[in-house]
Design a protein. Structure first.
Lengths: 115, 155
């Protein structure tokens, strides 16, 4: 299954709903291009919804890190929403769980941006 | 694909092109063989990710997508373990200087987590320098690490 990304805006936060596999090649490129496109429009509050992401490899993890740093360097904030157990475990193993602000609930995530 | 049977062991090997399609094929083969070896779903996922990462390294960093170079993947299944070797024809890997992706200065780097994940997901790994190329051998024991608890390579 290839990766799909769509975005919507709720209370000033751009939510990117991702589904499928974030792996070397197409999946990583879709994520990179989507975040880049949204950042270039001046959006500063970005929430990546990973609830339907079925698989992520080290390239996908790298792409999440890259998205996080590029949004932050542009003066914005990027948070993660709805991690599956697999993705959660990978972020823990790689010590990135504490780097990212990980949220379990969309409303709380939006509130966290607007605090 | 080459399949051989020996005493209590089945060996399957694939010679693949240096492409992303090969990475997916290796991952799929690992998933199927891990399931046949009796690993549970989570363990199958870890084994297949380790094999995926090793194959990505071979295709991307070893052979650098060179159409003239091949990646050879061998699986050996026994009642005790699944052993996977991934071999490239690249310029070689400096295994003594693999950066630690957990070090604070590396934590936010985009790459460099593949071998770390392989180590995390398999019970033993070892590298062998070829001429040319590199071979990584990964072992996952069906019932966890060696009975004495050691995770050190025996070779």
């Amino acid at each position: 299954m290839t990766m799909k990304a769509s975005s919507r805006k709720v209370d000033g936060v751009t939510i990117i709903d991702l589904s499928g596999r974030i792996t070397l090649g197409e999946g990583s490129v879709v994520l990179r291009d989507t975040v880049k496109d949204i950042s270039s429009k001046g959006e500063k509050k970005i929430l990546l919804n990973l609830g339907d992401v079925t698989y992520i490899d080290s390239s996908g993890i790298g792409e999440l890190v890259s998205a996080y740093t590029s949004v932050r360097n542009a003066g914005g904030e990027l948070k993660l929403l709805n991690l599956t157990k697999k993705v959660h475990d990978l972020l823990q193993i790689t010590k990135l769980y504490t780097v990212f602000d990980v949220q379990d609930d969309e409303a709380s995530a939006i509130a966290a941006f607007n605090r | 694909m080459d399949i051989r049977h020996a005493m209590n062991a089945t060996r399957v090997s694939y010679t693949l092109e240096s492409t992303l399609a090969s990475v997916n094929k290796a991952e799929q083969a690992a998933m199927e063989l891990a399931a046949k070896s009796g690993f549970d779903e989570d363990e199958c996922g870890r084994v297949s990710m380790a094999v995926r990462e090793a194959t990505v390294n071979a295709v991307l960093h070893g052979n650098r997508y060179d159409a003239t170079k091949r990646v050879t993947i061998s699986f050996e299944t026994t009642p005790e373990a699944l052993t996977v070797s991934v071999r490239d024809e690249g310029e070689g890997l400096d295994t003594a200087n693999i950066p630690d992706p957990l070090a604070p200065e590396n934590l936010l780097k985009q790459s460099g987590r593949g071998i770390f994940l392989i180590r995390a997901f398999m019970d033993e790994i070892r590298f062998r320098a070829l001429s040319p190329g590199t071979e990584i051998t990964m072992i996952k024991f069906v019932r966890g690490p060696n009975r004495d608890g050691s995770k050190e390579a025996t070779q």
